[in-house]
Design a protein around this ligand. Structure first.
Ligand code: PLP
Length: 396
């Protein structure tokens, strides 16, 4: 018998699994090239050659006992953490040391570690809709409650006034994600300045810090020279969760890090809690070989031009057909207004045209759909006539 507390997770997973299975079935039936699968955020650009070379070099050059052994600290290799800290300092003018960095099993584990370390059961975490569906599960994992701040559909910057009205003495953290999945929006400096001012005020009012947990797997995927502000510079009580899943196309390697700045309230205890959370949640330490490879490739980046080409082709193509799209400034997702009120029904209808997309309801934002454009350029170009027929059917 399954533990009862897992039933909601299993039920929540069934829609995603159904879509995945549907995609595989359609590819078999119609041929892979005739199915336009925009459902998953799996990078379509291969990892840079330097990463593969770094792995080979490490295996040749370094002590295998050290490479494959447990890390001495649950937070990861000391030299890798120093390399990450120095890299961030160079980019953002911060003053982190290895003590501020905890290597994690991707952003997913980083977020779980941060929540475990900072949020007690029964406390609340706010997230701005639309948000990554897993946040709800991560909160639930630790007995915390995720509350959705309704979307600001005008420009998909966070709805800060509504957020302020939702803060209570139980609010312990706000998760933000920029560049955003699923909208591609980058949170502006103005947004972060106002967010920080509200959280300062409310932390004082309730006598407990309210943390920002900044989920940043898409930090490097920003287009047209758009700046992605570094959140610790706007708000002292910020924890950053970073991942190389998208920036180096390494999602299966499960590698990222948390930044816990020394300036946060009760830093020593928070850092110690996060270090132990890494172990007691069962991650123990981040995968060792890929920690070392990422440190060697700290200045590498993915081929952003390929995503940018897709972004332009999809945004311009769908806008020209008559879809209402939010112009993405980052990540690899396009958020589109569903031409019918029911976004779930729209995604079901799209399948008739071999198009697989995800309803906005899965991101707490009904009435919209997410199109992941981390696919081949041909998939985008070939899908456009099908998107046109789909809209024609709705309008006829
Ligand atoms: N956060 C967001 C917004 C994501 O889109 C994803 C993955 O798609 C994650 C976190 C998890 O990333 P990781 O593979 O680093 O665990």
């Amino acid at each position: 018998m399954t533990a009862k507390n897992m039933i909601p997770y299993v039920e929540g997973n069934s829609a995603i699994r159904a879509m995945f299975e549907e995609g595989a079935r359609m590819a078999e039936q119609f041929g892979k090239e005739n199915v336009y699968d925009f459902s998953l955020g799996n990078p379509s650009v291969p990892a840079p050659a330097e990463v593969n070379q770094a792995i080979r070099d490490i295996l040749e050059e370094e002590d295998t006992l050290l490479i494959h052994g447990y890390n001495q600290s649950n937070s990861g290799y000391e030299d890798v953490r120093s390399t990450v800290a120095e890299h961030l300092n160079k980019l953002h003018g911060t003053s982190f040391t290895s003590q501020n960095i905890i290597m994690t099993v991707g952003a997913a584990s980083g977020l779980n570690v941060a929540i475990k370390a900072l949020v007690d059961p029964g406390e609340e975490i706010l997230a701005f809709a639309p948000y990554f569906v897993e946040y709800g599960n991560y909160a639930k994992n630790h007995g915390a409650v995720l509350r959705a701040v309704p979307a600001n559909t005008e420009n998909f910057q966070p709805n800060l006034q509504v957020m302020q009205s939702m803060i209570t003495e139980k609010t312990r953290a706000v998760i933000i994600n920029s560049p955003n999945n699923p909208t591609g929006v980058v949170y502006s400096k103005e947004t972060l300045t106002t967010l920080a001012a509200i959280l300062e005020k409310c932390s004082k009012m309730y006598g407990e810090p309210i943390f920002i947990i900044s989920d940043e797997p898409y930090r490097e995927l920003a287009y047209d020279g758009v700046e992605v502000p570094y959140v610790t510079k706007f708000y002292r009580n910020t924890i950053v969760g970073y991942s190389w899943s998208k920036s180096l196309s390494l999602p299966g390697e499960r590698i990222g890090y948390l930044v816990i700045p020394s300036e946060i309230d009760d830093f020593e205890n928070a850092a110690a809690a996060a270090n132990i959370a890494n172990r007691v949640l069962g991650y123990v330490n981040a995968p060792t070989l890929i920690q070392r490879a990422c440190a060697r490739c700290i200045d590498c980046s993915t081929d952003i031009a390929a995503y940018d080409r897709n972004r332009k082709a999809l945004y311009e193509g769908l806008s020209e057909i008559g879809y209402e799209c939010t112009k993405p400034e980052g990540a690899f997702y396009l958020f589109v207004k569903s031409p019918i009120d029911d976004d779930v029904a729209f995604c079901a209808l799209a399948k008739k045209y071999h198009i697989l997309i995800v309803p906005g309801s899965s991101f707490a934002c009904p009435g919209y759909v997410r199109i992941a454009y981390c696919v081949s350029y041909d998939t985008i170009i070939n899908s456009l006539p099908h998107f046109r027929e789909l809209l024609n059917e709705i309008r006829s």
